[in-house]
Design a protein around this ligand. Structure first.
Ligand SMILES: [Zn+2]
Length: 113
């Protein structure tokens, strides 16, 4: 069974990416990711109509997972956590939807006080 997107924090993704792509400029990568996040939040869609995949879009330009990778469904592929719930394919948003139909943040750390 495919798992859908795996949410990852922006900082954590940047660290991982830089580890395997040592020639990548950190500030350039951060800038590209931030602008893709902003675009996704504004509702920017791929030309095919799907929500854009921020991690891929930061590298190749605004497009969805399927158009970027050619795969029809993500399987343990990362997506930035703050935009992950924009995707129907995100495992977290699917879980949230079935458990709790209201829009409620279930961030345990923040909800503590
Ligand atoms: Zn597309």
């Amino acid at each position: 069974m495919k798992t859908g997107f795996v949410p990852i924090k922006l900082e954590d993704y940047i660290k991982r990416h830089l580890k395997s792509n040592r020639d990548t400029d950190r500030s350039e990568l951060t800038k590209s990711l931030r602008s893709a996040i902003e675009a996704a939040k504004k509702g920017t869609r791929c030309s095919c109509g799907n929500p854009i995949w921020v991690i891929g879009s930061a590298i190749v330009g605004h497009a969805c997972f399927t158009c970027i990778t050619g795969a029809s469904y993500p399987d343990s592929d990362y997506e930035i956590d703050e935009v992950c719930n924009l995707h129907d394919l995100c495992s977290v948003s699917a879980r949230k939807r079935s458990k709790d139909s209201r829009k409620r943040h279930t961030n345990a750390k923040k909800a503590k006080d």
